[in-house]
Write a protein that binds this ligand. Structure first.
Ligand code: GUN
Length: 291
């Protein structure tokens, strides 16, 4: 079998960001203000610092206003909820993103639940999760929506295809399964208690791996010709003589490329799509707020 096509999420995301940036400029001309995204980071988590920095830069590059709020790790829930309330009321703010994970003493559900659902560009509020589950329009979480864009671009109509989503998180696995179902795929959600996971995955025309286990999905788990979307971003332990380990996905990329028809690389696959879709959701929010 020939080598799989590499699905270039980085290039797709760059085009999406460019389109969103042009539309944001047009929005500003008619609305008299730029779309605004507020990002809240509590604490010093290294990966979160990198993500939040990248989101801020991408927001400005897409002709939008970025409002960054960095709070100390020991911030109490009342203070955080007061900030969310202030952002809900701020007309310059179209989207609010509270970076997860929050420090352990803060109740994530309570904080997400305090965000105005009309500004919940992450799509994590129960109202938006509920809308997705009953087929109403609302904000859809960025990573799964980005995966769907890559799948639609690659495969077109997904009707009747067998899709296996590995992972059942609220952020990726569950909304991903919902979106695939809405696209008329036959969907299985597999997880850590699934019996014969390789056998289940082998049925799939579409595999979406979102478990956070480095290189777990092997070539012999895949049906020849499958399309593989790898959401995992895992850092391996450093090799001798190097201070940082390699980034890998949840799929053993090199061997899987021998069996799959198409596969997203890590990095450069799904990762860049998340921020591009966040900007797209913020633009949609801005248009809704402008009436
Ligand atoms: N942490 C990891 N991914 C995300 C995301 O998409 N949104 C938020 N708010 N936090 C995250």
């Amino acid at each position: 079998m020939s080598e799989a096509t590499r699905i270039d999420g980085k290039a797709f995301a760059a085009k999406l960001r460019e389109r969103v940036g042009a539309l944001a400029e047009a929005f500003a001309e008619t609305a008299g203000r730029k779309p605004g995204l507020a990002v809240v980071l509590v604490g010093e988590d290294a990966a979160s610092q990198v993500y939040v920095g990248a989101k801020g830069k991408a927001t400005v590059a897409a002709n939008m206003e970025s409002f960054e709020h960095r709070l100390p790790a020991d911030t109490d829930e009342g203070t955080l909820l007061a900030l969310v309330a202030q952002l809900n009321a701020d007309e310059a703010v179209d989207g609010i993103l509270v970076q997860l994970p929050l420090p352990g003493h803060l109740n994530e559900q309570a904080v997400i639940g305090a965000i105005d659902p009309g500004k919940d560009v992450d799509g994590f509020h129960v109202i938006n999760a509920g809308r997705l589950s009953v087929g109403q329009t609302g904000f859809v979480p960025c990573t799964p929506l980005g995966c769907m864009m890559l799948l639609a671009d690659r495969l077109g109509d997904l009707s009747g295809l067998e899709a296996v989503v590995i992972g059942r998180s609220n952020i990726v696995g569950k909304p991903m399964a919902q979106l695939l179902l809405d696209a008329n795929a036959t969907v299985t959600i597999a997880h850590s208690r699934t019996k014969d996971l390789p056998g289940v995955v082998r049925r799939a025309d579409i595999v979406v791996a979102a478990v956070g286990r480095p290189e777990m999905v092997k070539a012999d788990w895949l049906k020849p010709g499958a399309t593989v979307i790898d959401v995992g971003i895992n850092r391996l332990p450093p090799e001798p003589g190097s201070d940082k380990g390699r980034l890998v996905g949840d799929v053993a990329f090199a061997e899987a490329s021998e069996t799959a028809a198409a596969i997203t690389p890590v990095p450069g696959g799904v990762g860049p799509m998340t921020i591009a879709v966040l900007l797209r959701n913020t633009l949609v929010a801005a248009y809704e707020h402008a009436g």
